[in-house]
Structures are given as structure tokens and as C-alpha cells.
Design a protein around this ligand. Structure first.
Ligand SMILES: Cc1ncc(COP(=O)(O)O)c(C=O)c1O
Length: 380
């Protein structure tokens, strides 16, 4: 019924992924998938388009109830409907969350390598970026984190869980340690959990704010149907802010900046949560099989390239430092393999010698990309 193997021509569809590079380049970069959206979501959008007026939208009670139900069913996280704040995107969401939580000149802690807009966000508000790099084995370096939190002074910890680009899904004990360190330092938590419904090997997502009321009171969590159901271009997401005072501060930060959410995005999000579970489960199984195939192919066919197995997301973080592509792997694979990847340095200093590869595509596309990269490395 759901055919993820089916290639879909996207070049003429006005999408970013297939427009950035020349026609002979296979794009495996930006984080959207080359899969058709689930039929119930498309049907809900089509039904909404039967009404000919597309003025400003409002999130109906039905959507908030769906979100509340999703949080309870998926993660055992109970929040009241008023804690849900619809937004036009997770990136605007975490930027405005920093505006709401940080004192002037405060520090914002990020765990590098990390999603590039998170590196940029502090400077958008004249805040200080404080890097707490993950370890070489992509574990949390608690000493580095505590040190950075100690310098944040009235600032925030910008958490990315699941972590882009490494694919780490932080364990409960890691989250507890990080949250306790934030409480001890008096630092708010802004938690980007956009990838949290795509976890492999039966993992269950733990929202950091669900660890306890003290953590929830100082946390703004950002979630979305955008990655999971491949509707990122519809610009709709939601924040969960259980604490009324923090929510009021967040509302003030949002007002007159990001009040309106895409009306089709609201419809699509509600349909995804209501009827998208069969598609999500099928996509997850397909992505996990792609991940496993990719890990085997990298080990067997890309000499000197190493890849830690992503625990979630459809992103692989390839360490090319031991390969013929080491100097500038993004340029190497673009020029010699005609494969378009994200350059590691965009994710902060630990990204030198790495590239990020998106395996959210039909297996044949993935095989084509790895085949091209293998030939390029063999030719040196
Ligand atoms: C960690 C993370 N946050 C946010 C986004 C983008 O979110 P949005 O399109 O809702 O702004 C992405 C997209 O790749 C992402 O990986």
C-alpha cells in the first residue's frame, strides 16, 4: 500500500533539496525525505481546499486535543491543552524561546556538532554562544556541559534531542544529568525534539520536560509533524510550555513576530496525528532498513569513512577524516561523485572532516549515492 521504493521526480516541484545543485548531482542533504506524504494527510489538505477562502488560520481545539493525546500515548507525558502553543516552525520557535528565557548578554549552551540554525540563534539576540561539544563517541561530556552552563548566567541550554547531525537519542539517565545540571546553574532549557517520532530499534522518546515538574517549569519544548510525516514545507509546529508564567513570557516574545501558522499546516498536523500512525510505522521500518544497509555499505565500500549507527532521524554523520576525501569531504563528493551532502563544518568546529548524509529516500537512490561515492574514493 505504501511504496517507499517508488522514485518520485521532485526537480520541477519547486523544492529546495533538488534545486540547490546542478542537474547531474544527486542531492542527499537538507532534512526532508523523498517520500510521498501519507494519503490521509493529502486528503485532509484537499478537503480544506474545497473551501475557497485561505485567510489567517487559528488552531482549533481539536488540534490541541490531538497533540495532548499524542504526547500522552507516545511518551506518557500528561500536559493540559493550554500548554500547547502552535508556531510557524521550530527554528522560529527556538529563536523566540531564547528571547523569552534569556537575560540580555546571557549565554546559550549548544552541544556541537549541531544543527546550524542553533549555532546562529544566540547571535540573533546578541547572546553569547557557549559550546559544550559531545565526546568523540557522541556521548554527553558532562564536565564540558557543566562548565558551559556555569558561564551562561541567566541564559539557556539549547538541547537537540534526537540530536542532529549525530543521530544520538539521549537516554533517560543522560537527560536527567543534563536537566539537573541546568537546574543547578539556574539555566532554562529550550528543547528541540523535532525528530523524536523517528527512533530506531524500539527506542521510546523521553521529552526532557517530562522528567519532573521542576524541569517542566523551566523548559520550552518544540515538536512538529514536519520531519516525521515529511510535511516540513507546510510550516507548522507546536511548543509545549507547561509553566503559565514562562508561557506568558513566550507569548510576548511571539506576539507580532510569529503569530500565524500556515492554515494547511494546521490541517495537515491534525491529520498526521489522527491518521498518520500506519504511515509513520511503515516509514520507520523503511528508514531503519536503509540505515542498516547504509552502515554496511559505508564499512564495506567507503574506505576510511566511519559512521556511528544513528539511533533516530534519517541523517547519517560520516567521519571522512581517514579517507581520501579528508581535506574537504563535501567538495570532494560534490565534485568527484556528484553527490550533494551537508558540509560538516556548518555544524560547528567538531564537524571538520565530516559530512551529513540524508538517507530518507528510496533504497535505489541511496544505493546510487553510495555507488557514486565509492567510485570517487577508489579513484582518489
Ligand atoms: C533539529 C532541527 N530543528 C529544526 C528543524 C527545522 O524546523 P522547522 O522547519 O520547523 O523550522 C530541523 C530541520 O532540519 C532540524 O533538524
Amino acid at each position: 500500500m505504501i511504496d517507499f521504493d517508488k522514485p518520485i521526480e521532485r526537480r520541477a516541484s519547486g523544492c529546495s533539496k533538488w534545486t540547490r545543485f546542478a542537474a547531474d548531482v544527486l542531492p542527499m542533504w537538507v532534512a526532508d525525505m523523498d517520500f510521498a506524504v501519507a494519503e490521509p494527510i493529502l486528503a485532509a489538505i484537499r478537503a480544506r481546499l474545497e473551501h475557497p477562502v485561505l485567510g489567517y488560520g487559528v488552531s482549533q481545539a481539536g488540534l490541541k486535543d490531538r497533540i495532548v493525546g499524542w504526547l500522552a500515548a507516545q511518551y506518557g507525558w500528561q500536559v493540559p491543552a493550554e500548554a500547547i502553543v502552535p508556531l510557524p516552525g521550530v527554528v522560529p520557535g527556538f529563536n523566540l524561546a531564547l528571547r523569552a528565557t534569556c537575560a540580555p548578554g546571557a549565554g546559550v549552551v549548544v552541544q556541537t556538532p549541531v544543527y546550524p540554525p542553533m549555532l546562529k540563534a544566540p547571535e540573533n539576540w546578541a547572546l553569547r554562544r557557549l559550546d559544550a561539544p559531545l565526546t568523540a563517541t557522541v556521548e554527553v561530556d558532562m564536565a564540558a556541559l557543566r562548565d558551559a552552563l556555569g558561564q551562561a548566567r541567566g541564559g539557556a541550554f539549547l538541547l537537540c534531542n534526537p540530536h542532529n547531525p549525530t543521530g544520538r537519542v539521549f537516554r533517560r539517565d543522560e537527560l536527567v544529568a543534563m536537566a539537573e545540571a541546568c537546574l543547578a546553574a539556574g539555566v532554562a532549557i529550550v528543547s528541540d525534539e523535532i525528530h523524536c517520532d523517528l527512533l530506531f530499534d524500539g527506542r521510546r522518546h523521553v521529552p526532557v520536560a517530562a522528567l519532573g515538574p521542576e524541569v517542566a517549569a523551566q523548559t520550552i519544548t518544540l515538536m512538529s509533524a514536519g520531519k516525521t510525516w515529511n510535511i516540513a514545507g507546510l510550516n507548522a509546529c507546536w511548543a509545549v510550555v507547561p509553566d503559565a508564567a514562562l508561557r506568558a513570557r513566550f507569548a510576548r516574545a511571539i506576539a507580532s513576530v510569529a503569530d500565524h501558522v500556515n492554515i494547511l499546516g494546521l490541517v495537515a498536523t491534525e491529520a498526521a496525528l489522527a491518521e498518520g500512525e500506519p504511515w509513520r510505522r511503515a516509514a520507520l521500518a523503511y528508514l531503519q532498513a536503509n540505515r542498516d544497509w547504509l552502515a554496511g555499505a559505508v564499512a564495506a565500500r567507503l574506505p576510511g569513512v566511519r559512521m556511528a549507527l544513528p539511533e533516530g532521524t534519517f541523517l547519517a554523520w560520516l567521519d571522512c577524516r581517514g579517507s581520501a576525501a579528508a581535506a574537504d569531504p563535501q567538495a570532494f563528493f560534490l565534485q568527484k561523485a556528484k553527490v550533494g551532502l551537508n558540509p560538516g563544518p556548518d555544524f560547528g568546529p567538531p564537524g571538520a572532516g565530516f559530512v551529513r548524509l540524508n538517507f530518507g529516500c528510496p533504497r535505489a537512490t541511496l544505493e546510487e549515492g553510495i555507488g557514486r561515492m565509492a567510485v570517487a574514493l577508489a579513484q582518489g
